[in-house]
Design a protein around this ligand. Structure first.
Ligand SMILES: Cc1ncc(COP(=O)(O)O)c(C=O)c1O
Length: 464
């Protein structure tokens, strides 16, 4: 496949993912050629291909404008119908726990006692804050209800923390790869992202972490020390210590996203939650400037929009004061469901463990059979594998897979500035049947690329 087609695929995917907005103006051909270090002819051919496929319109005086084929005038319903026939592996999420329906019934029975009130609250019902605090305590991190704030999912907590902790232009340290919607929340709050690498083989690079913290003195660091999304890595205790020690000296608030933390399949003994390490009050003290973010999204169901954060009460006060600008509070009914389910959370997690073990083993076997040349790391928890493709073709593969009825999130979705074309995140949260169908489609898409014999030189290493 010629370089211009590879670049066109990449831009198409940016438009489809919404990372280039419909209606946005693309750079002039000469500028883009210069920025990417490719010939002007390559860009001319790329734009011509995008125009021919309906992703670009050229308007005299306003340059090349991003669009979608058939838009405007394409009925939304048609796009939705099309999407519903696709197999969606772009998201890593499980169907609801089988324990949810009964918990919801029991919660609804308790609702009458609350119907005379507003039905939402900004910090969380005392009983729910207590249950969440107890869970931390059981995990080895003593916690009081006053250190817990209930939110509408983890993403809400991340966005709220970003708004309160960041000023425009502040550095925000992030892992790369990481969870893309956190990047968006940090950027929306004015954060300047400073990436540090996490790899499937080696995890966190302590020295790079230290340098990044010292050089950029970030206002906050957003990290995922437990079953990192997408690599599945777990940060060891020594790195946790060192990280919090350095962050404390730089005045950096560390946010640990624990959305995946309880999705343990067979890791063995895990380190304590991040806030149990280092700390501002000497050895053994619990860090006051480490915030933990948790959620029901991956353990119970994404449809129960309950998340929380664990932070110093003074920070919680600030967050509660800032909250009404975005939302007024968490719905009571969902909080009642959460209280009920936390009463048998170990059972919820045990069912997940079995489901994820089956999913992981099935996916590993399918990939070993169908795509043996890929590097598929063995993970011990979380929901995804971060597969190494051996060639920088993730966007092209994702485009080819769409043609096979399979939606994927390409590697660059999890990086900053176009990195990770050599990787693909694959969830193991689907049923064995869906996984088999998906991997068969993926293998067909891969074959359509390899037919053109992959060599690195043929592909643009770093674009847009
Ligand atoms: C790492 C990570 N953090 C946060 C979220 C958002 O979670 P929630 O559904 O609780 O908002 C997700 C969801 O995919 C996630 O993967």
């Amino acid at each position: 496949m010629p370089a211009y087609s590879a670049l066109a695929d990449r831009i198409r995917l940016l438009i489809l993912d919404g990372r280039i907005q419909v209606g946005a103006r693309l750079p002039a051909e000469r500028d883009l050629a210069q920025r990417l270090g490719v010939s002007r002819t390559t860009i001319t051919s790329t734009y011509a291909e995008l125009r021919a496929s309906g992703y670009l319109t050229s308007q005299r005086g306003s340059g090349s404008i991003a669009g979608l084929p058939g838009l405007p005038g394409r009925p939304v319903a048609m796009a939705e119908a099309e999407a519903s026939t696709m197999l969606d592996l772009s998201k890593a999420a499980l169907p609801a726990t089988p324990l949810l329906a009964d918990a919801a019934v029991r919660a609804a029975q308790q609702l009458p006692a609350y119907l005379g009130e507003t039905g939402f609250d900004p910090v969380g019902l005392p009983r729910l804050r207590q249950a969440i605090a107890d869970r931390y305590t059981a995990r080895g991190l003593p916690t009081e209800p006053g250190q817990v704030m209930v939110t509408i999912g983890a993403q809400h907590a991340i966005a709220l923390l970003s708004r309160v902790l960041l000023h425009r232009g502040d550095a925000a340290l992030v892992e790369s790869p990481s969870y893309p919607h956190a990047f968006e929340a940090l950027r929306a709050a004015g954060g300047r992202l400073v990436p540090v690498g996490v790899s499937t083989d080696d995890g966190w690079d302590d020295d790079a972490l230290e340098q990044a913290l010292q050089r950029s003195s970030p206002a906050l660091a957003y990290l995922m020390p437990d079953f990192h999304n997408p690599t599945g890595r777990v940060m060891d205790a020594a790195t946790r210590e060192r990280l919090l020690d350095l962050a404390g000296r730089q005045g950096t608030v560390v946010i640990a996203d624990e959305t995946m933390a309880e999705l343990d399949i067979d890791f063995g003994e895990r380190p304590l939650p991040l806030a149990a390490y280092g700390g501002d009050g000497g050895p053994g003290a619990v860090s006051a400037s480490t915030v933990l973010v948790g959620s029901f999204g991956k353990t119970v169901w994404g449809g129960v929009r309950i998340g929380w954060l664990r932070a110093a009460p003074a920070l919680i006060q600030k967050l509660v004061r800032a909250r009404p600008a975005g939302d007024l509070g968490t719905p009571i009914l969902e909080q009642l469901i959460a209280i009920d389910l936390l009463g048998h959370y170990d059972e919820v997690l045990e069912l997940r463990r079995e489901q994820l073990r089956r999913g992981r083993d099935h996916l590993e076997a399918a990939l070993a059979r169908e795509l043996p040349e890929w590097n598929v790391p063995h993970v011990h928890g979380g929901l995804t594998v971060w597969a190494g493709l051996g060639h920088p073709v993730s966007s092209q593969l994702t485009m080819a897979a769409r043609g096979e009825g399979l939606l994927l999130a390409s590697g660059p979705r999890f990086g900053i500035d176009g990195a990770f074309e050599r990787f693909l995140r694959i969830p193991f949260s689907h049923t064995p049947e869906e996984t088999d169908r998906a991997i068969a489609a993926l293998a067909r898409a891969w074959a359509s690329l390899t037919r053109h014999s992959l060599t690195d030189q043929e592909y643009l290493a770093e674009v847009v």
